[in-house]
Ligand binder design. Sequence first.
Ligand code: ZN
Length: 149
Amino acid sequence: MSDDDHAALLSPVPDDDGAPFWQYAARGELRIQACADCGELRFPPRPCCPHCHSFASEWRRMSGRGRVWSYVVPHPPLLPAYAAQAPYNAIVVELAEAPRIRLVGNLVSGPGAPLNSAPVERIRIGARVQVVFAETDGVCVPRWILDRP
Ligand code: ZN
C-alpha cells in the first residue's frame, strides 16, 4: 500500500443491487429503490420487497430534502485521511419522502467542499438539509448542506 492509499478517504464499492444508486448519483440524482408492485421504498437496495416479496423494482427520484436524524463528531484515533480533516461530522438523514429511510453522510458547506467545511456547532437534530453530490475516487457520493445556512 502506498502513502497515497493511506491518505485516501474511503469510497463506496458498489455491488449489483446498489449499482443503480451510484449511477444515478453520478448524474446528480438521489434515487431510492421502490417495489414495482406495491410501491414501497426500500433501502439499502436488495432484490426482494420485504412487504410483498416481489422481485420487480424501480428507482424513484427523491426531492433530495431531508432532516438530520442523528449525528456524530468522530474523535481520534482516526484513519490518517480522516484525522487530517477532523473535526468533521457524520450525519444520519431521514428522507422527506420516507422518514424511515435514513442515509449516512456528511454535512458540508457546499457541493465540492471538504468534510470539515460545515462548523460542527451548527449541526442540530431536525435541521433541514438538501443533498449535494461530491466525487471521491471516481464515485459520486451524496453529501448534505443546510437548507438555511
Ligand atoms: Zn412490494
